[in-house]
Design a protein around this ligand. Structure first.
Ligand code: ADP
Length: 278
């Protein structure tokens, strides 16, 4: 099974002609709300693929469990602080400026992680405190689970965490903060899968580098592409597929996720994925 550790947010997307300069006011042309957060988005992607998925997260009293139907929420902790909030300003050119209020996510602690039994994949991201992620990595290592880390937003990673990471999945911006794939492998990461937007991804392993080409689709909104990629990668690894095949499926999932507006609206099913990847 897949256990996702990460943030749950509500997203407020505000469309503006231009992003307001400090001290000035801009009238929006529209707005929308929707569920978000890397943990929530990634768990939703796994569940959409039909995978058995549990989420470890903290949410506030305002959380709507219907936003994560088909995800096992029994390990989600109710926190007195409100659910995380992401305010996303999008200007006429499609550029964005994002402010995140961590809320309940800031209180996720090592004690919230709990035991891992059986076999599976832990998928973690960094919109929650690093000690909780480090605990998840340590428990995965001890239980023989595969640990996949999406280092977003990027911070310098402790060597112990890198050594306990089987697959590190940064995008190009995050990689610039983390260091070269070679240095990350030298520090002990098992593999580094760099996502390259429309160009697909590149798998770096001690044995060499493989590029998986992108899948051409009619892209309308790239929000959540990385989360769809990570969710599909974890799902495919959990089903026993080798990393190259999992990355091929993940590229297709990331591409399909860009074909509709919103972070979770276009997550593919397993049938849709396998139809695209032969
Ligand atoms: P992030 O969403 O974290 O910025 P990327 O932009 O690298 O990450 O996208 C993640 C993955 O989603 C890519 O590896 C690719 O497989 C897919 N993807 C993203 N944008 C496109 C696109 N325009 N066309 C096709 N696939 C895309």
């Amino acid at each position: 099974s897949v256990v996702v550790v990460g943030a749950v947010n509500s997203d407020l997307i505000v469309h503006v002609p231009r992003i307001a300069a400090p001290g000035s006011t801009v009238i929006a042309t529209g707005s929308a709300t929707g569920p978000g957060g890397k943990g929530g988005n990634q768990a939703a992607a796994v569940a959409r693929l039909g995978g058995s998925c549990a989420l470890i997260a903290r949410v506030g009293p305002d959380f709507d469990p219907a936003s994560l139907s088909c995800v096992d929420l029994s390990r989600v902790v109710a926190d007195p602080a409100p659910t995380g909030l992401a305010v996303v300003l999008v200007d006429a050119a499609g550029e964005n400026a994002i402010t995140v209020v961590p809320g309940a996510n800031a209180n996720l602690s090592p004690a919230d992680i709990g035991p891992l039994t059986g076999a599976g994949v832990v998928l973690a991201s960094l919109e929650v405190p690093l000690p909780a992620v480090a605990e998840a990595a340590a428990r995965a290592a001890a239980a023989g689970w595969t640990f996949v880390l999406n280092p977003a937003p990027a911070v310098q990673l402790p060597d112990l965490l890198l050594r306990q990471t089987d697959v590190l999945v940064p995008n190009e911006h995050e990689l610039a903060v983390l260091g070269s794939p070679q240095s990350l492998l030298a520090a002990g990461a098992g593999a580094v899968v760099v996502t390259l937007g429309a160009a697909g991804c590149r798998i770096h392993r001690p044995s060499g580098t493989v590029t998986i080409p992108g899948v051409r689709v009619a892209t309308v909104d790239t929000t959540g592409a990385g989360d769809a990629f990570c969710g599909a990668l974890a799902w495919a690894l959990d089903s026993g597929r080798p990393l190259d095949e999992a990355a091929r499926l993940a590229c297709a999932a990331g591409a399909l996720a860009t074909t509709a507006v919103g972070a979770r609206t276009a997550h593919p099913t397993a049938a849709e994925l396998t139809a695209l990847v032969r």
